[in-house]
Design a binder for this molecule. Structure first.
Ligand SMILES: O=P(O)(O)OC[C@H]1O[C@H](O[C@H]2O[C@H](CO)[C@@H](O)[C@H](O)[C@H]2O)[C@H](O)[C@@H](O)[C@@H]1O
Length: 378
């Protein structure tokens, strides 16, 4: 199947039921209006770095062409011919022609990063912790924590998650990072240039260490509505065996990973009364959130600006994520031609990311390599 053309959705996500959404809920696709006055960030678009990204793509392809040389191809064919596992591996291998592994292309990445200031953005679930049945058990390993801590001591690093900011901090437990929870709708960032964004002011606060920080919460006026809808959704799905609700502060997750029944219809029925809320779909999860023009991509721009990294051409932002919502961040980096996304996936998926990594174990390896490279080049 031609992955580039065979899909209407930008990413193959877990199966979404084909029931039509109520008109009110359908507003989620491209939100353009919302209750607060204008929330679109005024970011200065960067002049594309001529050819740089394409050079990396070319180098990535070169790596793969070498890996697919006749000898290598024969080996791959011999091994996979009779097994289904082999077919899956081959499909994955072919997919990495378009989305080269950030590990095999590591040299190309560091060649590009050598003259730049790198900024790292990391998703949490499925990126730093493996996907598990119970969201409460999505713990990060100590090894991963050490790897994240190490890179964060060398590059500005932020975690941007769909979880609430407090919850993701409880998992990660590192003070060296910046955190954006609720898909970027709750950012605790440095006291920097982004004191406000299109009419929404940052709140000056202090973190658990007593350090001054800026709190940016563009959906704060939706809090009462979100807690109301949480209660209604909870009530609505409570009899469904295995359905789980999660309060992510500015959004609500309805998990159906362990469910046989139709959770989707229950959720959309509740949302009919809430035209200011939209529904998105992640990995076996429906996410309910405010219809505001804000997402993980906007959060990346906001953090870059707060860090004073938005104005210079010598910054290389890298975003690592596994889910649909991470595509917004991949798109922002792709459109500005400044940095790139790395999609974490063990199956072929269409994406706006540039590179790929198979799973959180490969993410950890990549972070370790990045830290080792930086220390060696200092
Ligand atoms: O942006 P993220 O950090 O990736 O958060 C997105 C959602 O992640 C979590 O759900 C996913 O991971 C769970 C634990 O592995 C898994 O059980 C679930 O099926 C996945 O969808 C989190 O629980 C959600 O609230 C986030 O919205």
């Amino acid at each position: 199947m031609d992955l580039k053309t065979g899909l209407s959705s930008p990413v193959i996500a877990d199966h979404l039921p084909t029931i039509a959404l109520p008109a009110a809920v359908m507003t989620f696709t491209t939100p353009t209006s919302f209750p607060s006055p204008g929330l679109c960030l005024n970011t200065t678009k960067k002049i594309p770095l001529p050819g740089k990204i394409e050079e990396v793509r070319a180098t990535g392809w070169l790596d793969l062409m070498m890996a697919s040389s006749p000898t290598r191809k024969r080996q791959v064919k011999d091994v996979v011919s009779d097994t289904q596992t082999g077919d899956v591996d081959l499909q994955y291998h072919n997919w990495t022609v378009d989305y080269p592994s950030a590990l095999t292309s590591f040299e190309a990445i560091t060649d590009l990063a050598a003259s730049k200031r790198l900024a790292l953005f990391l998703d949490y679930d499925g990126t730093l912790s493996p996907i598990v049945d119970n969201p409460a058990n999505a713990l990060m390993s100590d090894e991963m924590r050490a790897a994240v801590k190490h890179v964060a001591s060398l590059f500005p690093t932020a975690i941007i998650s769909g979880r609430s900011r407090d919850k993701v901090f409880d998992f990660v437990k590192l003070n060296e990072l910046y955190y954006a929870g609720s898909h970027g709708m709750d950012i605790m960032g440095p006291v920097g240039k982004a004191a406000d964004s299109n009419g929404v002011e940052c709140i000056r606060s202090t973190d658990s260490q007593g350090k001054e920080v800026n709190l940016f919460q563009p959906a704060s006026e939706f809090l009462p509505m979100i807690s109301e809808v949480y209660k209604k959704l909870d009530e609505s799905v409570k009899d469904i065996d295995g359905a789980r609700m999660e309060d992510n502060k500015f959004c609500v997750s309805v998990h159906y990973r362990n469910v046989a029944e139709d959770v989707f219809q229950r959720v959309t029925a509740v949302l009919e009364d809430y035209p200011c809320l939209r529904l998105t779909h992640g990995r076996k999860v429906f996410e309910v959130r405010p219809v505001i023009d804000w997402n993980k991509g906007k959060a990346v721009e906001f953090l870059l600006e707060s860090l004073g990294l938005n104005e210079s051409d010598d910054v290389l932002p890298i975003y690592v994520g596994d889910d649909r919502t991470d595509e917004d961040a991949f798109k922002v980096l792709k459109a500005s031609n400044r940095g790139f996304g790395i999609l974490v996936s063990s199956i072929p998926k269409e994406s706006d990311a540039f590179y790929s990594l198979r799973d959180p174990a490969e993410v950890m390896e990549f972070l370790r390599k990045l830290a080792a490279w930086k220390e060696q080049s200092n």
